[in-house]
Design a protein around this ligand. Structure first.
Ligand code: AHR
Length: 360
């Protein structure tokens, strides 16, 4: 399945697994009877070798643990690293979990195959951070048949909501609306509300709900302003490198940019490098208004310098909510289907006040 911007290639894969002894033995047998194409037990396709599988180093093989399979998107951004660490620090042996962590390596097919494998391993729960919304229906149906509860985290899926327990994450559309509303307020405060405004948007991965929601929210608000014009809206795949490359191309084509909206901080960091090289001044003292999403610590530093003007927070610390869902399900409690995390909007004006409390 295609993931990312068109003409993108995806990198190699890497998997780190933990597994209980019981399940290890089951998997071991499966390999010998020529079982699944991706078992996590050594004979996996697509370059996953047994040397990559660290199960033997797992400290505990104890059936008393709750086994959680966690399928991550990859390592596309600093936000993602914070999100991964949050899950690794939450689902620990000390807290009663055996975590099987899978790096999706920005490959949606890889994620889906890993989900089939986790079902074959009969994990107790699956947590999926899906790269893209589509393609999950069949594997979620199988998980349901096999009685494995699934929690969708961060980005959403387009599959029927009855196929998973709940979704925990950000309200991406609201984030997009908040970004556009900040722009509206800023222009008004500075008496610039009637100015003609040329906007460039750097979008996240095509098909990812974070990109879909933010773009929808942004466009809904942008359309309300007759004097706001989107010059171009291009996918830069949530990565810093692509943010820089895409912005370089845009700068060659357009000389009259007033606003850059980047759908995450890392793409904005890349776009800033491209603007530096092109001699384009941005931020509070420059000609280009800079808006992004995530609110990373590095973004706070740039906001304090006035280079980044606003970053709409996307909170990566959602593992605690996912764990609460598991605890509730263990006790037979009902869980809310949609669980939004708390988020704020930070600007060059209030960044200094908040930077000391930032966790990522
Ligand atoms: O899905 C959340 C988005 O994915 C974050 O905004 C981005 O930085 C990450 O890669």
């Amino acid at each position: 399945m295609f993931v990312g911007c068109k003409n993108e290639s995806v990198g190699n894969m890497h998997v780190v697994w933990g597994i209980t002894m019981k399940k290890y033995l089951a998997c071991f047998l499966m390999v010998f009877i020529g079982g699944f194409y991706l078992t996590g037990c050594g004979q996996a396709k697509e370059g996953v070798q047994s040397k990559d599988l660290h199960r033997m180093n797992a400290p505990v093989y104890d059936a008393g643990y709750i086994t959680v399979g966690f399928i991550q998107t990859g390592k596309e951004s600093d936000w993602r690293d914070a999100n991964t660490n949050d899950f690794l620090n939450t689902f620990t042996n000390e807290r009663g979990y055996q975590l099987i962590y899978i790096d999706g390596n920005s490959d949606s097919n890889r994620q889906i195959k890993a989900a089939y494998d986790l079902i074959a391993q009969k994990v107790d729960y699956m947590i999926i951070d899906p790269i893209v919304e589509d393609g999950w229906e069949d594997v979620l149906k199988l998980a349901e048949q096999e009685g494995i509860p699934v929690i969708i985290a961060d980005r959403g899926v387009s599959a029927d909501a009855s196929l998973y327990e709940c979704w925990v994450g950000s309200d991406f559309k609201t984030e997009g609306i908040q970004a556009a509303k900040w722009l509206e307020d800023y222009l008004e405060e500075n008496g610039r509300q009637d100015e003609a405004l040329n906007i460039v948007i750097l979008e996240g991965t095509e098909g990812a709900s974070a990109a879909i929601g933010r773009t929808e929210g942004l466009m809904e608000e942008i359309k309300k302003h007759k004097n706001w014009n989107v010059l171009t809206s291009k996918c830069a795949n949530f990565t810093q490198g692509e943010g820089k490359n895409v912005m370089e191309e845009i700068l060659k084509q357009y000389k009259n940019i007033n606003v850059v909206i980047s759908e995450n901080d890392n793409m904005m960091f890349g776009a800033m490098k491209a603007m530096d090289h092109a001699g384009v001044k941005y931020g509070v003292k420059g000609e280009v208004i800079t808006i992004s999403f995530d609110a990373l610590k590095e973004a706070f530093q740039l906001m304090m310098k006035g280079e980044l003007m606003v970053s709409v927070e996307c909170n990566p610390l959602i593992a605690g909510s996912a764990e609460q869902v598991i605890q509730d399900l263990e006790q037979g409690k009902e869980v809310g289907k949609i669980q939004y995390v708390e988020e704020s909007v930070f600007t060059y004006k209030n960044a200094a006040q908040h930077i000391a409390n930032r966790k990522y």
